[in-house]
Design a protein around this ligand. Structure first.
Ligand code: PCA
Length: 215
């Protein structure tokens, strides 16, 4: 039985909801003969977010970690392929911090690849009628910060954890306040998350064409 840790973020940037947290909450306690899901909330705060993620990994001892964040403006579920070593905040985080051009980890490699089966997840979602794509940037705000920190931790600790990051669009209710922006219903996102977990757990072989970190 594998353990899957799913995280979502609290609302940020003036929004009252963060769909990543709403979707993650629905995954709490999902259980079948292959895996069980534990969910944690992560604050949209540089530094603290990673401390809480590390604590969660210690508590849960997961085989798979999928961090979920919201990227308003994106049209589909985007499965991130690469995390980069930079904090460059366009807006302040939830504690008013706004780092510019700072590394996530001083002296760390430029980037890390996701170790989720990124393309297989995207294919599975599309097969089930859910718009999805591979993304090559998780931005430079708290989501990328958490993604990079996760992959750095996995690499340093040498734990056999499969980890990565998924960005999701606005909810229709949010898009109604951001005219012209795409959105996706919560139930579709939740179904996408379930498929992503299924594929990440089942896919034994590492399908990444490229491994390790980027020097
Ligand atoms: N999205 C932000 C941080 C928290 C979230 O849900 C991001 O894309 O960086």
């Amino acid at each position: 039985m594998k353990k899957v840790l799913v995280t979502g973020f609290d609302p940020f940037g003036g929004e009252t909801v963060n769909l990543s947290l709403e979707a993650a909450k629905q995954a709490a306690g999902w259980k079948n003969d292959r895996y069980i899901v534990e969910v944690r909330e992560i604050p949209t705060i540089f530094g603290k977010s990673l401390a809480i993620l590390h604590d969660a990994i210690m508590q849960v001892d997961p085989d798979v970690v999928i961090c979920v964040g919201q990227a308003g403006g994106r049209a589909d579920i985007s499965v991130e392929r690469v995390a980069v070593n930079i904090n460059d905040a366009r807006i302040p985080d939830n504690e008013g911090q706004q780092p510019i051009d700072e590394p996530v980890v001083l002296g760390g490699p430029v980037g890390y690849w996701s170790t989720l089966p990124v393309k297989a997840i995207v294919e599975a979602l599309r097969r089930h009628g859910i718009p999805a794509s591979v993304s090559y940037t998780a931005g430079t705000f708290v989501c990328n910060h958490v993604f990079y920190g996760l992959m750095h931790y996995i690499t340093q600790s040498k734990k056999p954890i499969r980890g990565g990051f998924i960005h999701i669009p606005y909810l229709p209710e949010q898009a109604a306040r951001h005219l012209g922006q795409p959105s996706m219903a919560l139930e579709t996102i939740v179904e996408g998350l379930r498929l992503a977990i299924d594929v990440a757990v089942e896919r034994e072989e590492d399908i990444q064409a490229v491994g390790g970190h980027i020097c």
